[in-house]
Each structure stands twice: as structure tokens, then as C-alpha cells.
Design a protein around this ligand. Structure first.
Ligand code: PRX
Length: 666
């Protein structure tokens, strides 16, 4: 690895930057966009193809197809290749359970389990292209189930185990899943959560599931099992063949669907391909973190999110790494649980989220100081902008002032890292809070409302100007929504230089700016998406959950800056006549949201109001609400919402302030 030039000041010296940027990284980046065929042909050789592609890509905006004609299998690339390369007995996963259990699985053992479970699925009638919903905590059966699906060509749809029955049912219904894989329960902060009971509630709202496979995780007695439908995992893998040949998959066959929040109520089913996605994940992990054969990799993300798909399951396994998988809360039984794990296994690469770092900052550095963290060589951050204070704490206290922080900006839709320091190519001087530069293949720009590039230090919208192998293929059975959400906000113009044609502009939904050295600084969402502890939650989704309660007539939800979670959820609610604004109702509404979406979406504050500030066209003025909640001045808000009546807005604000004051008095 190259020298690690780190500037912990927010602006590194221009000289240091010139020394590094403009060399290898820029050269490779330019090559990737000037001759994508040659570039990606070379990169794609790093994974194993049963048959090589005929054409590197086809770009019919906004649909891209990568490595057309190529045949491969994801589970083969994650497992079989290592058995042939002498890594058979290398540990793939060191698993730790919150309750203190631990387990090690070698590549061979993981391969065995995947083969058996793949045959079990086949025996249950699962065919290529079928959708399988997976609702499991962070136990080895989760990656095993995903890889077994990939092995037989079934499309997995993992649903975060913290989601509610309704959220699970919506996702099963949209994907028309045939099988659900779940567990009897899970441990959270020492308590047992009966997951199967929640799954059963979801199943009552779905029609497509034929079989439910249940892992015995916590040994709950009286787990409800429906005769003829529900089967125990340990039973289905009993009498099956130990080897399952990997299904030859087209590069453009979907590997998985992962649902994510958008600006409307219905979650979007992001579809990722097999070949393009795997090449992208392989390459981005290599470029950003420079994985080494003796690394102990630990990405703390739950596999229920894209970070877990790409950098717990497919990425580290394709690279033949040994990794940690921890099923539990980061502060249980004590705030040093994570640091204890790092010491126990000698973790070398540690990838986590700013919200977790801020939480640990609050606990205090003495918890980290109790442990030897000197094995760490590189750190990573993802999910939301990392504030300079958290960056420095992470750098000094956890990294001992030794480890670069790889701040990776990306999204569920992008499949893998997009803007990130590239320790595997050439590390530029880091700036606390900047994700630095786009990786090869990523043509990122920051533009104004009209799609023109903005000046240095000016905030604009982050857009991507060229297709890349890891980009989503479409939204599940909704190509129109795919076009509209990502490709319609900006039209190509003469001020932007497109390197790959035909020109088209991918809208990320994020604000960003570039500094005078071209470093990218991510500045949060520009749309109605809230990031609570790194989890992406749509305001529309929350609002429709509120109005599904019989007492609620209307609701407006916004994100409020939060020192630990990044943002917290604040709701303004108008009650239907006949309902009184009581504390009991407030608690009931909080419970209702937890039940409808999941605990991650629990509102921090609910204010009862009699009206909401709206534009003449009836749109709720979120900016007004935001200004009120954060105590900001209304000032220029009237110019932002030109359709609004100034007086009406002012009146509404007064009323909102009063409602908030009253709620706080109590
Ligand atoms: O707003 C950006 C933020 O997370 C969004 C994507 O969320 P999701 O699809 O859930 O994926 C999260 C994990 C990749 C982005 O639109 N985001 C993600 N990483 C960063 C970030 N914001 C700033 N800096 C980051 N490193």
C-alpha cells in the first residue's frame, strides 16, 4: 500500500494534493471513461466466467446492459473459486452472536452449507428466476441462503429483520416471492424478539408464499409452525445431495432485488444484475480498501441493506477474505463490545457508519482505550456525511492516527462505492468530511437546478454522467418509475461534457459541492428522504403510515438534525374531528409507526396541529416546517416557495411554534 498522507485539517495543502492527484488515479479514471470497452474487459477478467462476454456494454439510456453474452454464477465466484485456489480451509466468516456464541466457517464449510441449502430449495420446487424473500438476523444462514439462491439462479430479496410485518408483506407481495426464509427469533440487547410471529403476521397479508423455512436461532419454545407450509431449516437440509452444480447465469440476469425508500409511499425494488454488479463490487472493494490476503475484514452493516449485500456477502467473499459477522447491538452488554471484537480477532479493516461512530463518541474514548486496536490498518465510513468531529475521533481514537478513513459515497442503486478514496490505486491526501474523488468509471458532476456545473464551494445536485457496471438495471416491474425517478430531473446540455454517449443524467437525490481542488463534499439528501442512523426512510412512506391510523387526517414528516443519528423524525399531525390530542394518542401513534414500518422509523417528536403550511397547489412546505423545528428564521423561505402566500405561511408558523412549545412544556 502506498504512503498514507492524511491531513486532519479540513483543507489539505494544495501542494500535497498536487503531489498525489493528477497521477495514477486520474490517469486510470480518464482511461476508464475514454475507453470503457478496453478498461472493463481488463477489470472483468478478475472474476470467473463460464463463458466470456461478446460485448462489454450496451447503453440505451436509461437502460444499460453489461458483459452481454457472458455466463457466470455469483456463488461460484464467492466460493468455488477459492476451493480451487488453495483457500479451502481459510476461515470465511468468524461469527459472533450477541449472547456470546461464536462460530468459524471455512470457505469449504460455507460452500458445503450453500450447496446443501441450494439443493433443499430445488427440492421444494424453486426454479431459476423465482423470488425468495429472506427475513433473517445476522446469522450465517443469511449469506448461506443468499448464495444458495444465487447458485440455482433464484432472485433473493432480503428484508431487514428490523422491519415490521407490513413492510415485509409489501415486499413479498411486490416481488411475488414463492418462499420465505426466516428464524424463530433474534437477540437484541439481551432480549428475544420472536421473528417468526412477525413473519406470520406478514404472511396473513400475502398470497404467493408456498413454503416458509425457519432457522432455529434462539430455540424459542412454541414457535408457531403451520402444518404443510412451515419447515425447519435443519430438516430441509437433512436428506439432500451435498453438491449442487452452479446454474449458468447470463450476465444480465437479475441477481437480487433490494427494496429502498424513495419520495413516494411505495418502496422501490432496486434490481441488480449478475455480471455487472459482481465486477463492480469486486473492483470497488479492491480500489477503495486494497484488500490483503491476511486481512480480517469487518463491515458492521446489516445484510438487510445494500452495504451488507456488497461488502459483507459478495465483495469480501469474492476476494477470499476472512471477515467478522456480528449479530447484535454495538453496545451490548457494554459499550466496548465492538472494540472487544476487534481485539479478539485482530481486525485490520473496519467499515462502519457515522451514526455508530457518534454513538461511541458519546460513550467516551475510555471504552476503546480498554482494548488493543493496533491491528487496524484501514477504516471506512458509509451511509451519510461524516462530520469532521466524528471523522477526527474515528481517525485518532480508533485508528490511532495511523489508518486512512475511506469515506465511501454510494447508494442502494449504485451497487457499490462511487466516490471514495482509493487506497488500492493511490491514496490522495484526505480531508475530514470529504469522500475525495470519483472512482474509475464514475463520471460525477455537481450541477444547479438547470443542470449547469456549479462553481467551487457552491452547493448543487450530485449527478452521474455515464453508465457504470454496478448501476441498477431497473425497478422491479416498474421501468417507468425507474426512468422518472433517476433519469428525468436533468436533461443533457452543452455545459456538460459527456464521455459516454448517448448522453443521459442520473440524478442521485443528493446535494454536494466541490472545493477548489476538486474534492467532493457530500451534503445530504436533496429530496424528501430522511436518513435516520444511516437508514433511508421516505417522508411519504411515513406520512402514509400516519394517515393509516384511524385518528389521523393529515400528516407531514421532516428530518431534524440530530447529533448522534444524523437526522431524527419529527411529525406534524392533524387529527380527525372527534379525536383529542393526548399524550396517550401520541404514544399510540409512535407504536403504530413502529408496527407499520419498523423500530428504525420511530418518530422522536409528534406535534398535533390544526393546519399545515401549504403552497397554493396544496403541497406541504417542508422547508417551512424544517425552519420551525430547527428554530431557524423564516426569512428567505417565502422566496423558496413562490406559490405560497406569505401571510398564510407566517400564521402557520406561529401556530406550529405554539404547538411545539405546548408539547415541550408537558
Ligand atoms: O444521501 C446519501 C447517503 O446515503 C444515500 C444512499 O442510501 P442507501 O441507498 O440506503 O445506501 C446507503 C449505503 C450505501 C445517499 O444518497 N450516503 C451514503 N454514503 C454516504 C452518504 N452521504 C454522504 N457520505 C457518504 N459516504
Amino acid at each position: 500500500m502506498s504512503e498514507t498522507p492524511v491531513s486532519s485539517s479540513s483543507v489539505a495543502s494544495a501542494e500535497a494534493s498536487k503531489r498525489y492527484y493528477g497521477h495514477k488515479l486520474k490517469e486510470i479514471w480518464s482511461k476508464s471513461l475514454e475507453n470503457p470497452e478496453a478498461f472493463w474487459s481488463e477489470v472483468a477478467e478478475n472474476i470467473v466466467w463460464f463463458k466470456k462476454w461478446d460485448k462489454v456494454y450496451e447503453w440505451d439510456p436509461p437502460f444499460a446492459r453489461w458483459f452481454i453474452g457472458g455466463i457466470l454464477n455469483a456463488s461460484y465466484n464467492a466460493l468455488d473459486v477459492h476451493l480451487k485456489r488453495g483457500l479451502k480451509n481459510k476461515v470465511a466468516i468468524f461469527w459472533e452472536g450477541e449472547e456470546g456464541a461464536s462460530k468459524a466457517l471455512t470457505y469449504y464449510q460455507l460452500w458445503r452449507e450453500v450447496n446443501k441449502f441450494a439443493n433443499a430449495l430445488k427440492k421444494l420446487g424453486v426454479k431459476k428466476g423465482d423470488r425468495i424473500s429472506i427475513y433473517l438476523p445476522m446469522i450465517p444462514e443469511l449469506p448461506i441462503a443468499m448464495l444458495a439462491c444465487a447458485r440455482i439462479g433464484a432472485i433473493h430479496s432480503v428484508v431487514f429483520s428490523g422491519f415490521s410485518a407490513t413492510a415485509l408483506a409489501d415486499r413479498i407481495n411486490d416481488a411475488e416471492a414463492k418462499i420465505l426464509i426466516t428464524a424463530d427469533g433474534l437477540y437484541r440487547r439481551g432480549k428475544i424478539v420472536p421473528l417468526k410471529t412477525t413473519a406470520d403476521e406478514a404472511l396473513a397479508m400475502t398470497k404467493t408464499i408456498e413454503k416458509v423455512i425457519v432457522v432455529r436461532r434462539v430455540g424459542l419454545e412454541n414457535t408457531p409452525m403451520k402444518e404443510g407450509r412451515d419447515l425447519w431449516w435443519h430438516d430441509v437440509v437433512k436428506d439432500v445431495e451435498p453438491y449442487c452444480p452452479p446454474e449458468p447465469m447470463e450476465s444480465t440476469d437479475p441477481l437480487f432485488i433490494l427494496y429502498t425508500s424513495g419520495t413516494t409511499g411505495k418502496p422501490k425494488g432496486v434490481v441488480h444484475s449478475t455480471g455487472g454488479y459482481l465486477v463492480w463490487v469486486w473492483a470497488t472493494l479492491k480500489w477503495a480498501f486494497d484488500p490483503q490476503p491476511d486481512d480480517i475484514w469487518w463491515c458492521t452493516a446489516d445484510i438487510g441493506w445494500i452495504t451488507g449485500h456488497s461488502y459483507v456477502v459478495y465483495g469480501p467473499l469474492m476476494h477470499g477474505l476472512t471477515q467478522i459477522m456480528y449479530d447484535g447491538a454495538p453496545d451490548y452488554p457494554a459499550p466496548d463490545r465492538w472494540w472487544e471484537i476487534i481485539e479478539k480477532y485482530g481486525v485490520t479493516a473496519f467499515y462502519t457508519a457515522p451514526t455508530a461512530i457518534r454513538m461511541h463518541m458519546k460513550f467516551g474514548e475510555e471504552w476503546a482505550k480498554k482494548h488493543d486496536l493496533s491491528s487496524l490498518r484501514i477504516l471506512g465510513s458509509v451511509g451519510e456525511p461524516i462530520n469532521p468531529e466524528a471523522w477526527r475521533w474515528f481517525y485518532e481514537v480508533i485508528g490511532g492516527g495511523r489508518c486512512p478513513i475511506i469515506d465511501t459515497w454510494w447508494q442502494t442503486e449504485t451497487g457499490g462505492f462511487m466516490i471514495s478514496p482509493a487506497a488500492g490505486i493511490e491514496l490522495v491526501p484526505l480531508k475530514a468530511g470529504s469522500a475525495t474523488f470519483p472512482l474509475p468509471g464514475v463520471h460525477a458532476e455537481v450541477v444547479d437546478e438547470d443542470g449547469r456545473p456549479v462553481k467551487p464551494f457552491e452547493r448543487g445536485y450530485l449527478v452521474i454522467l455515464a453508465p457504470w457496471p454496478g448501476m441498477l438495471m431497473t425497478l422491479w416491474r416498474d421501468p417507468e418509475r425507474y426512468k422518472e425517478v433517476y433519469w428525468s430531473k436533468f436533461q443533457p446540455n452543452k455545459y456538460l461534457q459527456f464521455k459516454i454517449t448517448p448522453p443521459a443524467i442520473y440524478y442521485t437525490g443528493d446535494y454536494a459541492m466541490k472545493d477548489d481542488e476538486g474534492y467532493f463534499w457530500l451534503m445530504g439528501r436533496a429530496d424528501d428522504v430522511i436518513k435516520v442512523a444511516g437508514h433511508r426512510i421516505g417522508t411519504a412512506e411515513l406520512e402514509s403510515a400516519f394517515v393509516s391510523h384511524p385518528a389521523v387526517a393529515e400528516a407531514a414528516v421532516i428530518g431534524k438534525p440530530d447529533p448522534v443519528k444524523g437526522e431524527s423524525i419529527v411529525a406534524f399531525v392533524i387529527l380527525k374531528s372527534g379525536h383529542q390530542p393526548t399524550d396517550e394518542l401520541r404514544d399510540e401513534l409512535k407504536m403504530h409507526i413502529r408496527k407499520t414500518i419498523g423500530p428504525v422509523a420511530t418518530p422522536d417528536a409528534i406535534f398535533f396541529v390544526s393546519s399545515l403550511p401549504k403552497t397554493r397547489s396544496g403541497k406541504i412546505m417542508r422547508r417551512v416546517l424544517k425552519a420551525v423545528v430547527s428554530g431557524g428564521q423564516l426569512g428567505d423561505i417565502t422566496t423558496l416557495e413562490d406559490a405560497a402566500s406569505v401571510e398564510e405561511a407566517k400564521k402557520a408558523v406561529e401556530m406550529l411554534r405554539k404547538a411545539m412549545e405546548e408539547a415541550t412544556k408537558k
